[in-house]
Ligand binder design. Structure first.
Ligand code: FES
Length: 85
């Protein structure tokens, strides 16, 4: 499926680029800009960003270690009360 019609990027290319980045450096922060650069293309209108990022996140979920997943949704005593009286 074409994700970015301006640059002609497919979801397979995005998934392959994210997997390649994670394989070459597991600690790297993958951003849409890095994916565009890895594919040798440039964004134009930006209309694809939400779908582009959703595809990246979907691919990243499969490569993030299980103990690091869903950290934002985890509630702790401190985050519930936020230290306020
Ligand atoms: S559709 Fe991706 S930059 Fe225009």
């Amino acid at each position: 499926m074409i994700l970015c019609s301006c640059a002609g990027i497919t979801d397979r290319e995005v998934r392959a680029a994210v997997a390649w980045m994670r394989a070459s450096d597991p600690d790297t922060v993958v951003t849409p800009g890095k994916v565009y650069r890895a594919l040798g293309r440039r964004p134009d209108c930006g209309g694809c960003v939400s779908l582009f990022v959703a595809t990246m996140r979907d691919e990243l979920k499969s490569t993030i270690p299980t103990e690091l997943r869903n950290l934002r949704s985890g509630r702790t005593e401190r985050t519930v009360h936020e230290g306020r009286p």
